[in-house]
Design a protein around this ligand. Structure first.
Ligand code: GLC
Length: 472
């Protein structure tokens, strides 16, 4: 079975968030299960691409509005990632250094999708499934069926995975002329509330759609940034499949990014040593429980609550803990956190930026990981945290609710709190801190967390079962 994953992120080539981790791991695990999964992403001006050899496999041109764009498809010479990686390069659009943030993002993603389809129609590759990740490639299922020049792809099955339904790629209909020519009778499939909505189009036109946890699939019926009724009417072809983690990348015993590698047997000692050197470097008191936040500074992630949570913990609750934050994004959130290191020396420290290696070391060193998300389709950080023996303290929503069982339950190993609010998060943190003071139970729980299996093995298979079901 030939499966092409189409995305704008893929770890370790181009990563902004969890989307990259999934696209960089799922195909690898699928290939281990005997199918042929490959990945197609835009070409970026990024180190991984500069440092690895790629061959040009094809070039072509197409029209976008009044412009004629030329594209090239490059294939990585050695499949070191566990799958064939293809890059599409388009001068002026797909040759940039960042994944997101350009004013003409809409045009950029249309160009990517058009080039991909053009290439497919002229190449010898016959996919059984085109698997589209998030709205950036959400027009593909529509175009494969109703694009004038893509007849040969009409019978190919498509899967659309929703990693985040908050972002939908809305475009004014004036941009419609930039799309490859399509059967205009079908324009309604692209439309939602008077705008071109690529995510809505993907849900309508894909053979099946998936969400990255079962819980999130249910939540989308209630809150989907305007698409609730669409998710409800298309729910017959929707499946929730929880993400896994790449246990080769997240292996505390072999991880080169952490100072003192450890395994389930010596987790207590290993984490203690990492914590000591980590706290020394970031000027924190290592004798106290270490609570961390790792992630994007976004409203969705509840990152705007962090500064108030910290102030409340130290000033109202008088908690004796150390807190470390690793993140980047919204500058207002950053500005709310930056002064806290001076205000709480020895108690609070932060690194503002994106640093994958540092993240590994933080998971290895921390006692508790906080995720006060407002929306969390799956969440991967809690899974990395469990794998590295760090107790997750999470808001009970979406994938967090599906993957973290509270210590109040005999089967539990983490802490859940109900609301994305300062009060609720503080309550959860205090419960976790109290639990950590019972060192026997806390140490035992580290082994329990590390023994949980959240690897891709089972979910990769569930996706393959879905492919077989829609493409018997
Ligand atoms: C998005 C979601 C996150 C999910 C990730 C990978 O980033 O916000 O919850 O884990 O995609 O599917």
């Amino acid at each position: 079975m030939n499966v092409i994953h189409l995305s704008v992120e893929c770890y370790p080539v181009a990563k902004v968030g969890g989307l990259a981790d999934v696209v960089g791991a799922l195909p690898k695990y699928q290939n281990k299960l005997g199918i042929n999964a490959s990945v197609v992403i835009p070409w970026y001006d990024k180190p991984y691409i500069r440092d690895h050899a790629f061959d040009r496999v094809v070039s072509g041109t197409f029209n976008q509005g009044s412009a004629t764009l030329s594209y090239e498809v490059w294939k990585q010479v050695e499949s070191t990632l566990g799958f064939d990686l293809f890059l599409i390069k388009i001068p002026g659009f797909l040759d940039r250094s960042e994944v997101y943030g350009y004013a003409d993002e809409g045009e950029q993603f249309i160009a990517f999708q058009h080039a991909f389809l053009d290439w497919l129609t002229i190449s010898a590759i016959v996919p059984d499934i085109v698997h589209c990740h998030d709205y950036h490639v959400g027009l593909i299922p529509f175009l494969m069926q109703w694009g004038d020049r893509f007849h040969t792809l009409r019978t190919v099955k498509t899967v659309a995975t929703v990693h985040n339904g908050q972002y939908q790629g809305w475009m004014n209909w004036s941009k419609g002329i930039l799309l490859p020519a399509f059967d205009t009778w079908k324009w309604g499939l692209l439309d939602w509330d008077g705008l071109i909505n690529p995510l809505a189009a993907a849900i309508k036109c894909s053979t099946a759609f998936t969400t990255v946890s079962e819980g999130y699939l249910k939540e989308l019926l209630v809150e989907a940034n305007g698409l609730q009724t669409l998710f409800a009417s298309e729910s017959f072809k929707g499946v929730g499949i929880v993400n896994g983690i790449d246990t080769e990348v997240w292996d505390s015993e072999k991880d080169v990014a952490i100072q003192f590698p450890f395994n389930i047997r010596n987790v207590t000692k290993g984490k203690e040593k990492n914590k000591e050197t980590f706290c020394e470097q970031y000027k924190l008191d290592s004798r106290r429980p270490l609570l961390v936040f790792i992630g994007r500074f976004a409203y969705e992630k509840g990152a705007d609550l962090l500064s108030e949570i910290i102030i409340n913990l130290f000033e109202v609750k008088d908690e004796k803990i150390s807190i470390f934050i690793l993140g980047s994004g919204d500058s207002e959130i950053r500005d709310s956190l930056a002064p806290l290191s001076a205000k709480y020396p020895g108690y609070f420290s932060a690194y503002f930026g994106y640093d994958e290696s540092l993240a590994h070391w933080v998971y290895a060193s921390a006692d508790l990981l906080l995720m006060p998300s407002r929306v969390e389709p799956c969440g991967l950080n809690q899974l990395y945290s469990l794998r590295y023996g760090t107790l997750p303290v999470v808001r009970a929503i979406g994938g967090l609710k599906d993957t973290v069982i509270d210590i109040q339950d005999p089967e539990g190993y983490g802490v859940r709190f109900a609301e994305a609010s300062v009060e609720s998060a503080v309550e959860g943190i205090q419960r976790a801190v109290l639990f950590s003071s019972n060192s026997a139970a806390f140490e035992k729980n580290k082994k329990r967390m590390m023994s949980l299996d959240f690897s891709w093995d089972s979910s990769a298979k569930t996706y393959i079962d879905l492919y077989n079901q829609i493409n018997p």
